[in-house]
Design a protein around this ligand. Sequence first.
Ligand code: SF4
Ligand code: SF4
Length: 199
Amino acid sequence: MAKGTESPPGQDADSVTKAGGEEHGNVTSEMDDILASWRPHISNPRTLEWRDGWLENGYCRSCRQCCGPQESDVPYPMPLLPSQQGPEAARRFHLLAPDMAYLAGPGCKSATPSGCALPREDRPVACNLFPLALVNGTIQVFMYCPVAWHIPMDRLREIGKGVASWLTDFPPSDLRHLDRRMDPAEASRVYFPLFVSVL
Ligand code: SF4
Ligand code: SF4
């Protein structure tokens, strides 16, 4: 996933956790445990900037939840654009279908100890957006990413609008393919909405 450099756009990490949790509306003891484990490693605000095609995310270098081996074997789908499909795709990704890569237990085939081996244009769109995601036609935020708790909601929404604007340049068929269709109740367990529509 995206890597970035440190700079001070967000708000102080320790002051945002509880207040941010209430704003996002999904405070759980599991989340409190995760936050407690992150705080010693992520004590300063980090960069989060939309770069018109990818998200520069300064939290990744301390977090590193994504890309490598995962605790869950439930596949996280990563739709492939037509230009990313073909013989190379099977070498780069675990595939659910020729047009659908996924991340699960073993981690991604393109993950290396120093990050993703692929140029950004060859990475699934889901990777370049994450922890933002196109879910049920709207921009949502994966709530188990530290970004969800360290970045104020209005800033996340501003970034979400930039992502939405970029996505609407895709042909409608690609956009529908990129959209993750989920049961709303299931989606609300892992994402919170930014109230930014794309489809
Ligand atoms: S969970 Fe968020 S901060 Fe952590 S590696 Fe993934 S995108 Fe980066
Ligand atoms: S392609 Fe694989 S290694 Fe690269 S960012 Fe996506 S999940 Fe991570």
